[in-house]
Design a protein around this ligand. Structure first.
Ligand code: SF4
Ligand code: SF4
Length: 349
């Protein structure tokens, strides 16, 4: 989608592949962004932005019946051939391991004109990653594998960094940028995209990322540190049933050890934010999700430490929580490339 006035040379293209294993929830979430909105980015309504052309299946006119899917997919071939530069590659959905089987494919995006066969999502990563100026993984599936990558899965699904390598750098020297969340908080995504566009213009320093490649200013604090129920926690008032305004830690809230800002920022336009409105935090932004947080409804280890120690000195609580935090901030070991499936899946045939 372009505004129609750009020349090829001064446009930054955004190639969005939503064909990993996912529900398209991150695409849907982005339509609710307000700080900034995707419309503001695409229409160049913010000062200092380069002109942007977004190739995004969800809204692109070229993916509709008028111009047809062939017009749309051509931008991705242009990206591979180096004919659009710079471009930011956005991946939505986890990357299944296509090497663990002899035939068929798990997921793909468009067809190979030479063979008429689908081009798998992992093949697109192989084709486009060397040409991309930046790669952004949108949502928990693309960042760390998410639900599809849990123990016992048959696809060997993994995150983009598991596939390309955690040390991968773009030709411009940028690491993969991870924006987890199930779905990603809309403004977390649009703001990070905005940051990268400013960085490409030379108007922002290198994007600051933590060890899990998340922007530090968005994922530097816990859910608990921003939660509206913090006062109840501090007073030792814990509910054991839903529908109460009290702290949810005893019914399974992982907020004390989970890095996420939705309790501060809300789900959209400042509204909501899981524990604020009565939903336990199930840790969807974390590399260890979902396996290290199962079953969700149990009182989490971080929570046991926290609620038992509310009267203890805060520094002691922080140290105890850090032990839990280090474990859950790492992915399980079966999310990897190669020809062996190690998820524990046993075929039923
Ligand atoms: S434990 Fe959960 S509900 Fe309780 S204050 Fe922390 S984040 Fe909020
Ligand atoms: S509060 Fe917890 S469950 Fe809600 S978005 Fe953040 S990490 Fe996910």
């Amino acid at each position: 989608m372009t505004t129609g006035t750009e020349t090829e040379e001064d446009v930054v293209h955004i190639l969005w592949i939503n064909a990993g294993l996912s529900c398209d929830g991150d695409s849907v979430a982005l339509t609710a962004a307000t700080l900034p909105s995707i419309e503001e980015i695409v229409l160049g309504a913010l000062p200092g932005l380069p002109k942007v052309a977004v190739h995004w299946p969800l809204i692109d006119f070229e993916s509709g019946p008028e111009q047809g899917a062939d017009t749309f997919i051509e931008w991705y071939f242009k990206g591979e051939r180096g004919e659009i530069d710079p471009f930011v590659l956005v991946i939505e959905g986890s990357i299944p391991n296509e090497k663990i089987k002899d035939e068929g494919y798990w997921c793909g995006f468009g067809n190979n004109p030479e063979t008429g066969q689908p081009i798998t999502t992992s093949e697109w990563l192989d084709r486009l990653a060397p040409q991309a100026t930046a790669i952004v993984a949108a949502g928990t599936c693309a960042t760390y594998g998410g639900i599809h990558a849990m123990a016992g899965n048959p696809t060997g699904a993994m995150g983009v960094a598991d596939y390309l390598g955690w040390d991968w750098k773009s030709k411009a020297g940028l690491p993969i940028v991870n924006i987890p969340g199930c779905p990603t908080q809309p403004d977390n995504f649009s703001e990070t995209l905005l940051y990268l566009l400013y960085q490409l213009q030379g108007n922002a320093p290198m994007i600051p990322l933590d060890d899990a490649l998340r922007p530090t200013w968005l994922f530097g604090h816990t859910v608990h540190e921003g939660c509206d129920r913090g006062g109840f926690y501090e007073q030792g008032e814990f509910t054991t049933e839903y529908g109460s305004a009290k702290c949810l830690v005893k019914i399974g809230c992982w907020g004390p050890v989970v890095k996420c800002n939705v309790t501060k920022r809300g789900w959209m336009d400042g509204i909501g934010g899981c524990p604020n409105v009565g939903g336990i935090c199930i840790a969807c932004t974390m590399p260890g999700f979902p396996d290290k947080f199962m079953p969700f409804m149990d009182e989490p280890p971080g929570g046991k430490v926290s609620s038992a120690a509310t009267s203890a000195y805060g520094g002691v609580i922080r140290k105890l929580r850090n032990v839990t935090m280090r474990t859950i901030d790492k992915e399980p070991k079966w999310r990897h490339t190669g020809e062996r499936l190690t998820t524990g899946y046993r075929p039923p045939w």
